[in-house]
Design a protein around this ligand. Structure first.
Ligand code: ADP
Length: 183
């Protein structure tokens, strides 16, 4: 893997609704009509027009993604994706990976440069953060490696310091492993 790929990835701790990026990703539910957690926070910060636009989208299947404007957010767009509810079944990892891949694809199709992801499925949907973190980072690395899209900055933003540490550690691990391979 090229070192340049890791230069495009950043891990942060904080509130996704505050970010000034081209798109923030929402861990939505299939109705796309709002909910708790990060979904609720995004709708509160974006204002009622976001819900109005979401109503026109007709929901979203698990693993898929849909884009709207960002309204009162600093972010220009919101990419809504629906993660799997964690029950420990093998297909859940594939669906979670699709959330990241399809969000990146939508960002590219809309010529967006910067995108921020929360820890999709890791709240109410119960996905273990360590497993979800690997899926998230591996999928983004694969996308950046395979596609020459518009995205030059991918931020993973974690609410808790515990989750932040897990992401930091894994990114360090794989970038160091790659550095050894390149020597
Ligand atoms: P899901 O239903 O997909 O599990 P949740 O919203 O319950 O979605 O949680 C997803 C993750 O988003 C959790 O790790 C939660 O701590 C985090 N989160 C909640 N609010 C915010 C926020 N404002 N900014 C960033 N992350 C957030």
């Amino acid at each position: 893997m090229e070192k340049a790929i890791f230069d495009k990835i950043e891990i942060m701790q904080g509130d996704i609704t505050k970010l000034d990026v081209d798109a923030i990703v929402n861990a939505a539910n299939r109705s796309l009509l709002g909910g708790g957690g990060v979904d609720g926070a995004i709708h509160r910060a974006a204002g009622p027009e976001l819900l109005e636009e979401c109503r026109k989208l007709g929901g979203c299947n698990t693993g898929e993604a849909k884009i709207t404007k960002g309204y009162n957010l600093k972010a220009g767009h919101v990419i809504h994706t629906v993660g799997p509810v964690y029950r420990g079944k093998p297909e859940e990892s594939r669906l979670l990976s699709q959330c990241y891949f399809n969000s990146m694809q939508l960002a590219s199709q809309n010529n967006l440069k910067s995108i921020a992801f929360p820890a999709i499925s890791c709240g109410v949907y119960g996905y273990p953060v360590k497993d979800a973190c690997k899926i998230a980072i591996d999928t983004i690395c694969r996308f950046l490696e395979e596609k020459t899209g518009s995205v030059t900055k991918v931020i993973f933003i974690l609410f808790s310091s515990k989750d932040y540490d897990i992401y930091e550690k894994y990114l360090k691990e794989i970038s160091e492993a790659q550095a050894v391979v390149r020597k």
